[in-house]
Design a binder for this molecule. Structure first.
Ligand code: SAH
Length: 385
């Protein structure tokens, strides 16, 4: 079923409406100050939008009728259009959302006993070209705006609450954790991502603890340094290989920021963190490629002096990927090696694979501006896909 949460068409076509969904508190305060209003209007409206999930200014009852009318004329809370809504047998839910320009992105909700994690996209497609990732095959179109990043959380909140009608002024918080692990490389869309994080952490909006927001990066070193100055959120590094030759192939951004620089950046990032915090290392398990005992030993060496949690991700296959998932035994052996070296290592449970919602399976609908789909050749097997 096609549902639309895009607000009603602009009734004053000469006025460009401001989408309040994408503004952090500071920006909302200047928006209201431009209207000649007091700054506290910003926190009032933030609560309505992000805590109570309201997009209709006429419902914002602690705001005067006159100001409601001005907001109706000058502003909007524009979310995205729901194209598909799929539920996996394990409870994972995946949506495809369409944006105004026709591109689609995917967002995944993963319920667990003690938390609900929303995996959000930061770009339409991805420019990084990791050889084992199906998002990469789609090519790259553009960065998401902060409004489009926040709209995923706003809309998922609404869709998750539709199942259980709630009292008017209380929205059940089913989303307790946010991970920027959907389509795209968040640190290549730095400004919009950090602005969205402002809102995730703001007590007048989602009010999430910094431990519950994770940015996952393939290793864009300068942006890791910038992020550490701005937000104390969790960082996950998609490492996947311990030697430059192999990492150049799996994660080509390694040619620009090789392992030595990446690991040094990880140390810098962690120096600014509390001693109890840990960096997450993501390591996709590819049979015969990076899953040997030697690889485990090299990983242990590389992690020396860093406080890390290693996440082993069984490779999620897709058509013509050219890779195979490591056997359960190989994954467990790899984990044992790391655990013996006192490195906490968990095997990431594959969720939602029956609806292609697992890591690296998000594809959306991307108007590819990099023409990658046409030129893609698997570097390992030389196949055209
Ligand atoms: N660009 C960011 C975030 C998106 S990918 C990054 O690279 O971290 C989120 C995670 O899924 C990354 O660790 C990525 O390497 C992993 N991933 C991508 N394709 C995968 C696949 N087919 N199987 C398992 N994990 C995959």
């Amino acid at each position: 079923m096609l549902k639309s949460f895009v607000s009603t068409p602009v009734s004053f076509p000469h006025i460009e409406k401001t989408n309040l969904l994408g503004l952090n508190r500071q920006e909302l305060e200047s928006f209201f100050s431009d209207l000649g209003e007091k700054p506290f209007r910003a926190t009032q409206v933030m609560k309505w939008i992000h805590q109570l999930n309201v997009n209709d200014f006429a419902q914002m009852s602690n705001i005067s009728k006159a100001l409601q009318q001005r907001l109706i004329e000058t502003a909007s809370v524009d979310a995205l259009e729901v194209v598909t809504d799929q539920l996996s047998s394990d409870g994972t839910r995946k949506w495809a959302f369409r944006m105004a320009d026709g591109n689609c992105i995917e967002t995944v909700y993963i319920p667990e006993d003690d938390r609900g994690t929303l995996c959000i996209s930061s770009q339409v497609g991805c420019a990084l070209d990791c050889s084992f990732c199906s998002t990469a095959r789609q090519g790259f179109s553009r960065n998401l705006s902060s409004a489009e990043i926040l709209a995923q959380v706003w809309l998922a909140t609404r869709l998750l609450n539709e199942e259980q009608p709630t009292a008017k002024l209380s929205i059940e918080r089913k989303i307790t954790n946010l991970v920027l692990m959907g389509m795209g490389e968040p640190l290549l869309n730095y400004e919009n991502v950090v602005k969205a994080i402002d809102v995730f952490l703001d007590d007048f909006a989602y009010g999430l603890s910094k431990r519950r927001v994770t940015v996952s990066t393939a290793g864009v070193v300068p942006a890791m340094d910038r992020l550490s100055e701005r937000h104390d959120v969790q960082l996950a590094i998609s490492l996947h290989a311990t030697r430059d030759d192999l990492r150049n192939e799996l994660v080509p951004v390694n040619k620009k920021y090789p392992l030595k620089e990446l690991i040094a950046a990880c140390h810098r990032f962690m120096e600014k963190r509390s001693p109890r915090s840990r960096l997450t290392i993501e390591y996709v398990m590819l049979a015969g490629v990076n899953d040997s005992e030697q690889d485990a030993k090299e990983l242990i060496k590389l992690m020396q002096g860093l406080s890390v949690l290693i996440n082993l991700i069984p490779f999620n296959p897709f058509e013509n990927s050219g890779y195979k998932t490591s056997s359960n035994n190989a994954v467990r052996r790899f984990q044992d090696h790391l655990m013996k070296a006192n490195i906490t290592t968990v095997i990431r449970k594959t969720r939602g694979d029956d609806i292609d919602a697992a890591c690296g399976q998000l594809v959306g609908k991307v108007e590819d501006k990099s023409r990658r789909e046409k030129r893609f050749i698997n570097p390992r097997f030389g196949m055209n896909s």
